[in-house]
Design a protein around this ligand. Structure first.
Ligand code: IYR
Length: 221
């Protein structure tokens, strides 16, 4: 197929001073984001979640295949089933499967096998990676860099949710095969993570942790 082009439609250049202000203001805003584990059951209008998902869907992806599927769960009974499946995996993880080194790494976060937030938060966004997807004519075709692509889209989703004024938690019980069953997703889709979304409780607490300063994570050559 011949490629078709249009001139770059929506790009905006800012004067350098304004770029500096914008870059700094964005950092000041995203650095307030914290992963939260204490969620309120306060309802959140669905259209907010829809716009955050639209933002995630603008992510770059390998060959623009957009190899993601998002299942937005608000149904109480489905949330209960997901909690049940996740807690079963987590009990195995904490009691048997996790090596001591992993448990030591998690210790500062204070996590354990109880996941009540999976029933309390208004939304669980279950994110699937499509290793293959429907091509022209409905035949399954290969996707490229699916995991990298879904990681990028998930980052945009987390940022969009923070920007809207909501909190989120990236939750990864392992293995997550139970999610295909509960949500009726096909075999060529693999659960990537559960994004728990809602308001934090008024008395929500978060672990006292720090992020690496620039010098520790960046090399300029
Ligand atoms: N899935 C477990 C353990 C866990 C693993 C990682 I890596 C974390 O960053 C946090 C938790 C749980 O959710 O408790």
């Amino acid at each position: 197929m011949d490629p078709r082009f249009v001139s770059l439609p929506d790009y905006r250049e800012y004067p350098v001073d304004e770029m500096k202000r914008r870059a700094s203001a964005f950092y000041e805003d995203v650095r307030r984001r914290r992963t939260v584990r204490h969620f309120s059951d306060r309802p959140v209008p669905r259209e907010i979640i829809e716009d955050c998902l639209r933002a995630a869907g603008t992510s770059p992806s390998g060959a623009n295949m957009q190899p993601w599927h998002f299942v937005v769960v608000s149904d109480k009974e489905v949330k209960r089933q997901i909690r049940e499946g996740a807690e079963a995996e987590e009990r195995e993880f904490y009691a048997k499967k996790a090596p001591q080194e992993w448990l030591d790494a998690l210790a500062p976060l204070g996590t354990d096998d109880r996941k009540p937030f999976l029933e309390i938060a208004p939304y669980l966004i279950v994110i699937f990676v499509q290793n293959r997807g429907a091509g022209p004519g409905g035949k399954l075709i290969r996707h490229y860099y699916p995991v990298e692509s879904v990681g990028l889209a998930t980052g945009m989703l987390v940022t969009a949710i923070h920007n809207a004024g909501l909190a989120s938690l990236t939750h990864t019980p392992s293995p997550m095969g139970f999610l295909n069953k509960i949500l009726g997703r096909p075999r060529h889709e693999r659960p990537f993570l559960i994004l728990v979304v809602g308001y934090p409780t008024e008395d929500a607490r978060v672990p006292l942790i720090t992020k690496k300063p620039l010098e520790q994570m960046v090399t300029f050559v």
